[in-house]
Design a protein around this ligand. Structure first.
Ligand SMILES: Nc1ncnc2c1ncn2[C@@H]1O[C@H](COP(=O)(O)OP(=O)(O)OP(=O)(O)O)[C@@H](O)[C@H]1O
Ligand SMILES: [Mg+2]
Length: 476
C-alpha cells in the first residue's frame, strides 16, 4: 500500500471524513475485520451472514487507522455511498501513482487461479510482484489486491472473474492491464450468462481493454478464445497444446503415476523440458499460458522452465493428490466444479487408477441454468466411460449424474446416491483397498472439501493444519 492520509482517502472516494485528516494509512486494506492490522484500513461490507459495520470498533482496536463505511460508526471513518466503488477509486489512484508497474490480467472459465499462481511464481523471478491470494477476483478482491502494490512493485498478476457482461471491463478500468491472458470459454456460470457465446463476449472484454503496445495472450486450442484476436488492438500471442501453430506450445505431454505432467515447452527462442508439480493434463495449458505471459514480461526460457518445474500449488483444494499410508490415493479437487473441470478431473482419476480401481464422489455443478440436468447426465456418462468402479452422487441435484452413467450399458461399476458427504464416506468405508483412487469434486456450495480431507487422512495420524489456505477460501 502506498501511504495515504485520511484526507486523501476522503478526496479520492468522494467520502465524508470523520477523524484526523492527517492520520496515515500505511497497512493493508481489508474487508475481513479479523485480518485488520496496524496502520490498515477496514472496509465495512454488509454480507449475507454479517454486517462489517458491527466490527468497526474491533478493527480499529486491532490497529486499523479508520473504517471505510456506508453508515456512521463510533470510530475514525470515511463515509461513502458505495464501498466497492470507493475501493475501486482507491485502487485506480494507486495504479496511476505507480506507472512503472506492469499489469497482467488472467481470465477464463477454468484455471484462472492455477494459471495466476504459476505465472506469479515465474514473474517473481523478474521483480517484486503482487498477485492475489486464492481467487480474489471480483469487485472486492480485485481492488484489495491492487491496493497491496507500492513503490517497489514491478508486476501485478491479477485474476479477473465475470458473472455477467461488463464485469471484466469494470475490473480493467480499476487496474488497466497491458497484458491479458484468456484461458478458455466453458460452462462455468454459463447459466447466468445465457450460453457459451455470451461467456465469450464477456471474457473478451479483457482483450478489448488492452492497449496497442500490450499483448493479448490467447489459447489457440479454444476457437472462441482464438476468435478474440479480432477484438483487440494489442499484439496477439497464441499458446496451446494441440494447435501446432501456437507461438508458445507444449509438446509430448505425458503423466507420471501421480498424474504430474512432463512436456517440452516450445518457444521462438528454443525449447526446454518441464515437469510440473501439479496434477492432471489440464494443468498443461495453464502452465503454457503462464509461460507465455512471463516471456512477454521478459523472463528467459531457462527461467521459465526452471520456474515451472519449481512452482507449487499455492491455492488449496485444486487437484490435491495424497497417497495414504494404506496405499489408497485421494484426489481432493473439491474447490469448485463445472463440466470442463469435472471431465479434466475424471481424466486424471482414470490415469491415476490405471493399476487399481477408481471411485468418484461427485456433488452437483452449480449455476449451469437450463442445461444443468443434461450436463450432469453427460458427466455421468463420461464417468462410466472412464470405467470407474464406483460413482457416488452427493445430494439431490447431483442425482442425474447416475442416470447418465446408466446410459453406458457396458459399465459394470456401482452407482450410489447419498444425501451428504458423510454418507459418501460411510459408503466407501471398508471397501477401499491398496491401489484404489478416490476423487472428490463438487461446486463450492456443496462443501465437500471437509469430506475429502477426512478421506485423505484415512487412518493416518492427524497432521497439523496447513496454514496456506487463504481466509477467503476457508470462509467461502
Ligand atoms: N485448463 C483447465 N481446463 C479444465 N479444468 C481446469 C483447467 N485448469 C484448472 N482446472 C480445474 O478447474 C478447477 C478450478 O481451478 P482454478 O481454481 O484454477 O480455476 P478458476 O478459474 O480460478 O476458478 P474460479 O472461477 O472458481 O475462481 C479445478 O478443479 C482445476 O483442477
Ligand atoms: Mg479462481
Amino acid at each position: 500500500m502506498i501511504p495515504l492520509t485520511l484526507a486523501q482517502i476522503a478526496e479520492i472516494t468522494g467520502g465524508q471524513l470523520h477523524g484526523d485528516p492527517g492520520a496515515v494509512v500505511t497497512g493493508e486494506v481489508v474487508i475481513d475485520s479479523r485480518r485488520a492490522g496496524p496502520g490498515g484500513l477496514f472496509a465495512a461490507v454488509s454480507g449475507e451472514r454479517a454486517d462489517g459495520h458491527d466490527f468497526a470498533s474491533a478493527a480499529v482496536a486491532a490497529g486499523a487507522v479508520a473504517v471505510l463505511a456506508t453508515r456512521p460508526v463510533p470510530v475514525s471513518s470515511v463515509l461513502v455511498t458505495d464501498v466497492p466503488a470507493a475501493l475501486a477509486a482507491l485502487a485506480r489512484f494507486v495504479i496511476d501513482a505507480l506507472p512503472a508497474a506492469a499489469i497482467a490480467g488472467i481470465t477464463g472459465s477454468s484455471g484462472k487461479t492455477t494459471t495466476k499462481d504459476l505465472a506469479a511464481q515465474l514473474v517473481e523471478r523478474l521483480g517484486p510482484t503482487i498477485a492475489p491470494a486464492g481467487s480474489f477476483n471480483n469487485e472486492f478482491g480485485h481492488p484489495l489486491t491492487v491496493l497491496r502494490a507500492d513503490a517497489a512493485t514491478r508486476y501485478l498478476v491479477l485474476e479477473l472473474s465475470a458473472r455477467g457482461p461488463g464485469h471484466i471491463a469494470y475490473l480493467c478500468r480499476v487496474a488497466p492491464p497491458r497484458y491479458g491472458v484468456v484461458l478458455n470459454v466453458g460452462h462455468a456460470h454459463a447459466g447466468e450468462f445465457g450460453g457459451l457465446d455470451q461467456v465469450a463476449r464477456a471474457k473478451g472484454e479483457l482483450v478489448e481493454a488492452l492497449p496497442a503496445d500490450g499483448a493479448a495472450i490467447v489459447n489457440a486450442d479454444d476457437p472462441r478464445v482464438l476468435a478474440m484476436a479480432a477484438r483487440t488492438a494489442a499484439r496477439v500471442v497464441t499458446f496451446g497444446v494441440d494447435d501446432r501453430t501456437a507461438l508458445i506450445r507444449a509438446a509430448g505431454v505425458r503423466l507420471d503415476d501421480l498424474g504430474r505432467p512432463s512436456f517440452t515447452l516450445l518457444t521462438p527462442e528454443g525449447q526446454a523440458g518441464v515437469t510440473l508439480r501439479l496434477h492432471g493434463a489440464h494443468s498443461v495449458p495453464d502452465a503454457v499460458a503462464a509461460a507465455a505471459l512471463a516471456r512477454e514480461l521478459g523472463l528467459d526460457l531457462a527461467g521459465i522452465a526452471d520456474g515451472l518445474c519449481a512452482a507449487v500449488a499455492r491455492s488449496r483444494w485444486r487437484m490435491e493428490v495424497r497417497r495414504r499410508g494404506d496405499g489408497v490415493t485421494v484426489i481432493n479437487d473439491a474447490y469448485n466444479a463445472n463440466p470442463e473441470s469435472v471431465r479434466a478431473a475424471l481424466d486424471a482419476l482414470r490415469h491415476l487408477a490405471q493399476d487399481g480401481r477408481g471411485f468418484a464422489i461427485l456433488g452437483h455443478m452449480a449455476e449451469l441454468g437450463d442445461t444443468s440436468r443434461a450436463s450432469h447426465e453427460d458427466i455421468g456418462e463420461f464417468a462410466a466411460q472412464a470405467e470407474l468402479a464406483g460413482l457416488i452422487a452427493v445430494g439431490e441435484e447431483a442425482a442425474p449424474i447416475l442416470a447418465g452413467a446408466r446410459r453406458v450399458r457396458s459399465w459394470t461399476g456401482e452407482a450410489l446416491a447419498v444425501p451428504d458427504g458423510t454418507a459418501a464416506l460411510d459408503a466407501l468405508a471398508n471397501q477401499l483397498k491398496p491401489g484404489d483412487v478416490v476423487l472428490v469434486k463438487a461446486s463450492r456450495a456443496a462443501h465437500l472439501e471437509g469430506v475429502a480431507a477426512l478421506l485423505a487422512r484415512g487412518d493416518d495420524p492427524p497432521r497439523p493444519p496447513r496454514e496456506d489456505m487463504t481466509r477467503e477460501e476457508a470462509d467461502r
